[in-house]
Write a protein that binds this ligand. Structure first.
Ligand code: HEC
Ligand code: HEC
Ligand code: HEC
Ligand code: HEC
Length: 171
């Protein structure tokens, strides 16, 4: 019994905590990242991830809804069973935003860490500070499968290796 408890605790620390430890206050929202990452923001804005919340509104994504046996006219945008994977943290951050892949940004997006001048002078140091403050530079598979899993009513098998390049930002 003790061993099992210890194992669960260890598993939580190793794998679960990064997600569990985030609260709504840890997120800043894509509007904040936009201030300094305008080009990436502009390209992200055009992606399906950015628009994922729209799919929950009545009459949207009709074909996908029909295929999944969902009501085509229902408003799912307040539905607790849906919003989790179609928002970032809370419904006032609609869509799959920057922080869904790069980690909740309150700490690392500070002007002290993500500082252009300091970053240029010592990129390794600033980057290490950002990672320490929670920045995820390259999202891992487990970050995608938080949403890309069989709990999604429209689930299609998710192959990390082929889908990963699709979410990289264009040069
Ligand atoms: C105050 C301006 C500022 C804000 C706000 C900001 N960043 Fe940055 N960020 C930078 C600068 C400067 C760099 C250094 C590299 C560069 O110039 O692009 C950087 C680097 C990064 C990197 C690359 C790290 C690496 O691997 O080299 C990522 C990823 C990143 N930011 C994500 C975000 C996200 C997500 C947000 C919002 C939660 C955010 N940033 C908010 C200024 C900012
Ligand atoms: C669906 C996941 C996902 C989302 C959402 C996302 N990114 Fe990224 N981001 C990535 C991946 C993947 C890379 C490439 C990492 C690698 O392999 O080097 C990346 C790289 C970056 C970099 C490093 C420079 C570059 O161009 O590669 C910055 C800066 C960055 N992202 C900022 C942002 C900002 C700002 C947003 C929101 C406007 C955002 N990202 C949204 C997955 C994402
Ligand atoms: C917060 C939940 C969430 C996370 C995290 C997430 N996704 Fe998604 N993803 C979605 C949703 C929801 C859609 C469908 C959006 C729509 O079509 O309205 C989607 C769609 C996609 C698409 C299809 C886009 C298109 O143009 O057809 C790709 C590719 C994808 N995700 C890859 C990834 C990868 C790779 C990661 C991890 C680096 C990731 N996703 C992380 C929720 C998420
Ligand atoms: C576990 C995460 C998760 C949950 C919960 C979830 N979705 Fe999704 N949703 C996704 C992902 C990921 C996609 C991208 C396709 C897939 O399922 O692989 C998606 C795609 C969709 C699409 C297709 C969008 C398009 O542009 O074609 C619709 C519609 C949709 N979801 C509606 C819903 C509704 C309605 C609910 C609640 C009953 C819901 N989703 C719950 C993760 C989720």
């Amino acid at each position: 019994m003790k061993k099992i408890l210890l194992f669960i605790l260890l598993a939580l620390v190793l794998f679960g905590l990064p997600f569990i430890a985030y609260t709504a206050e840890d997120y800043v929202g894509a509007q904040k990242c936009k201030v300094c990452h305008m080009k990436i923001y502009k390209s992200w804005e055009q992606t399906k991830h950015a628009m994922a919340f729209e799919a929950l509104k009545p009459g949207m994504a009709v074909e996908a809804r029909q295929k999944a046996g969902l009501d085509t006219q229902k408003d799912y945008s307040q539905d607790a069973a849906c919003v989790g994977c179609h928002t970032t943290g809370t419904p006032d951050r609609p869509g799959v935003q920057c922080e869904a892949c790069h980690g909740a940004g309150k700490q690392y997006s500070s002007a002290k860490i993500m500082n252009k001048v300091a970053w240029k002078a010592d990129p390794d140091k600033q980057c290490a500070m950002a990672v320490e403050a929670g920045l995820v530079r390259k999202p891992a598979e487990k970050q995608c499968t938080v949403c890309h899993n069989t709990k999604s009513p429209t689930y299609t098998p998710f192959d990390f290796k082929t889908r990963y390049p699709e979410v990289k930002h264009p040069e």
